[in-house]
Design a protein around this ligand. Structure first.
Ligand SMILES: [Zn+2]
Length: 198
């Protein structure tokens, strides 16, 4: 089967074996050639540092218990209380050090969709900012829904002077901006007047 790569426009071949593989996994056939997919997959894996607020709360609690332990040691229980305070202090330090976690995101699944974000960072940034507003539970949902808005025949759309295309679903307020080179810039909900004023 010969397909045209949506990214570079070159024709590429899918063997029957490859087609069977995608079908058996319930996946759509790839829209990009192998070269483009390889090039893209690197752009779509990103490592980020994220805060873990629960660890910070636990660290603060344990630290305050440790302080109580010291006070009790001074006034009442002596050595045993100091010992507990030291243990609590180290535990609190442990939680404090865990307050930041490193998360690796592999967002290369975007290849399954016709439209995607330019790279993992832009993708993540917009998902974190707007994902829950548009009612998406996962980052893949967010991309899927944005594609749906773009491909929906009932979506209003227009091309801006700079070449960006905007799509708007009047029923639920979904709004997607696609760059002139075909990447999704953002997806969020907005008022009809916002679409009109662009
Ligand atoms: Zn290509």
């Amino acid at each position: 089967m010969k397909l045209t790569c949506v990214q570079c426009g070159k024709k590429f071949e899918l063997t029957d074996g490859e087609i069977d593989f995608y079908r058996s996994k319930g996946l759509d056939l790839p829209k990009r050639c192998k070269d483009c997919r390889n090039k893209n997959s690197k752009k779509y894996v990103v490592t980020q540092k994220e805060k873990r607020p629960s660890s910070l709360v636990a660290a603060a609690l344990l630290f305050s218990f440790a302080v109580v332990g010291v006070i009790l040691g001074v006034y009442e229980y002596g050595a045993i209380s100091y010992f507990c305070a030291i243990a609590l202090f180290f535990l609190s330090l442990l939680f404090y050090l865990r307050r930041i976690k490193t998360v690796q995101y592999d967002l290369s699944f975007g290849d399954k969709y016709t439209y995607k974000f330019y790279d993992a960072n832009t993708f993540l940034e917009h998902y974190k900012k707007h994902g829950s507003d548009v009612g998406c539970r996962s980052i893949e949902d967010y991309l899927k829904a944005a594609n749906r808005v773009i491909c929906d025949k009932n979506s209003l759309h227009k091309t801006l002077p700079d070449g960006d295309k905007i799509y708007y679903n009047k029923k639920n307020g979904d709004y997607v901006v696609v760059s002139h080179s075909g990447y999704i810039r953002t997806y969020y909900k907005t008022r009809y007047s916002h679409f009109l004023n662009q």
